[in-house]
Design a protein around this ligand. Structure first.
Ligand SMILES: Cc1cc2nc3c(=O)[nH]c(=O)nc-3n(C[C@H](O)[C@H](O)[C@H](O)COP(=O)(O)O)c2cc1C
Length: 322
C-alpha cells in the first residue's frame, strides 16, 4: 500500500488530508472520528482578535455583511473555553492539533498565542483578514501589516506558524517569499471570503455562508504550483478540495497537505476516510509508492519555461471558445 506519510510544518503526519478550520472540532467525538478516518492533522476553528479587544466605536469591523462591529459576546466560545477545547482535543486524538487565530493587525492579543502553546497546540494557523483602510494607500503598508503580525508572533511562541492568506495581493509570489524569508513555517492558500450580497428590495446588505464547490481548488493549485521549490515553508491547499482527484491535483501542484472543510460539512465526516482509501488505491494503481512520489510533479518548476507555458495556456483557453 502506498505510503501517505507527510511532513507539514515540521510535524510528521500519517496522511496529507488535514481538516481545515471549521466548527467540526467543536465536538471531540467528531474529532476522534476524523482522526480515526485518516486525517493527518486537525485545525481548530479560530479565535478572533475581537474576542480579546473590542474595536473602538466608529472603526469598521472585519465581519463583512454590513454589520459595523463584532462584539466579543457574539462568539460562541470564549478564549478560556477555546483552551479547554484544545486540551480536550489533545486528550482525544493522537494526530497534531493546530490552533487558529483570526487576526487583522498586530496587537496585544497576539500574546495569547503563548497560552495556546502552553495548552498543547502543535502549531498555530493565523488567518490574517485585514481590510485596508482608505488611509493605507500603499500596498507596502498593507503588506507590512502582515509581516508585523508574523514577526510579533515569532517573538511570542516557538510553535510552527502557518499563515492563511488572501490571494488578493499585487504581487502574491514576492510577498509569499518574504513571509518565507521572515520565518513563516507554512502558507495556507487561500482564505475563502464570504462576500456580502445586496437585498435589492430592502436596500440592505446581506450575508450568508455558501460552501465551496470542487473546481475552486484550481486557485490554490495554481499558486502552489508556482511557489513549490521557491519557498522552504510548507504549503497547504484550502478551498474547493472535495474529491480524491482534487487532492491528487493539489499534491501534484506541490501542496504538502490538502485541507478539507466544505466537503465534510456537506457530505459528513465519513467522506474523509473514503478519500483516504481512494487516494491509496489511486497511488497503488498508478505505480506510485508514496504521496511524496507525486508531490510537485506538476509544479511550475517541473516545466522548462513556466512563463511561456502560462501565457500559451491562457491564450489557448480563450481562443478555444470561438
Ligand atoms: C462553517 C465554516 C466555518 C469556518 N471557520 C473558519 C475558522 O474559524 N477559521 C478559519 O481560518 N477558516 C474557517 N473556515 C474556512 C475553512 O477553513 C476553509 O479554508 C474554507 O472553507 C475553504 O475550504 P473548503 O472549500 O474546503 O470549504 C470556515 C469555513 C466554513 C464553511
Amino acid at each position: 500500500m502506498a505510503s501517505l506519510d507527510t511532513e507539514y510544518l515540521g510535524l510528521s503526519l500519517e496522511s496529507p488530508l488535514v481538516v481545515a478550520a471549521s466548527p467540526l472540532l467543536r465536538d471531540a467525538d467528531t474529532a476522534r472520528h476524523l482522526a480515526d478516518g485518516g486525517a493527518g492533522a486537525l485545525v481548530m476553528f479560530s479565535l478572533f482578535e475581537e474576542q480579546f479587544a473590542p474595536r473602538p466605536p466608529g472603526r469598521t469591523g472585519n465581519g463583512g455583511g454590513g454589520s459595523a462591529r463584532v462584539e466579543p459576546d457574539e462568539f460562541l466560545i470564549r478564549p478560556h473555553g477555546y483552551i479547554e477545547q484544545l486540551q480536550r482535543l489533545k486528550e482525544t486524538v493522537d494526530v497534531p492539533v493546530i490552533a487558529s487565530l483570526n487576526i487583522s493587525r498586530a496587537g496585544s492579543w497576539l500574546g495569547y498565542a503563548s497560552n495556546l502553546e502552553r495548552a498543547g497546540a502543535d502549531a498555530l494557523e493565523i488567518n490574517i483578514y485585514h481590510v485596508a483602510s482608505p488611509a493605507e494607500a500603499s500596498s507596502e503598508s498593507v503588506e507590512e501589516t502582515y509581516l508585523e503580525i508574523l514577526r510579533e508572533l515569532k517573538s511570542c511562541v516557538s510553535l510552527p506558524i502557518a499563515l492563511k492568506l488572501t490571494p488578493y495581493f499585487t504581487s502574491f509570489l514576492s510577498l509569499a517569499m518574504e513571509f518565507d524569508r521572515q520565518g513563516a513555517d507554512g502558507l495556507v492558500l487561500f482564505n475563502r471570503f464570504y462576500q456580502p450580497d445586496i437585498d435589492i428590495e430592502n436596500l440592505r446588505l446581506t450575508s450568508d455562508l455558501q460552501l465551496s464547490t470542487s473546481g475552486e481548488s484550481r486557485l490554490a493549485q495554481r499558486w502552489i504550483a508556482m511557489l513549490k521549490g521557491r519557498v522552504a515553508a510548507s504549503l497547504a491547499a484550502t478551498g474547493g478540495v472535495h474529491t480524491t482527484e482534487d487532492v491528487i491535483k493539489v499534491l501534484m501542484a506541490g501542496a504538502d497537505v490538502a485541507m478539507l472543510c466544505s466537503v465534510l460539512l456537506k457530505h459528513g465526516v465519513e467522506r474523509l476516510a473514503s478519500i483516504k482509501t481512494e487516494l491509496e488505491q489511486w497511488l497503488d494503481s498508478h505505480g506510485y509508492p508514496s504521496v511524496d512520489a507525486v508531490r510537485g510533479i506538476m509544479s511550475e518548476g517541473s516545466f522548462p519555461d513556466p512563463e511561456r507555458v502560462e501565457r500559451a495556456g491562457y491564450a489557448k483557453v480563450i481562443n478555444r471558445y470561438w
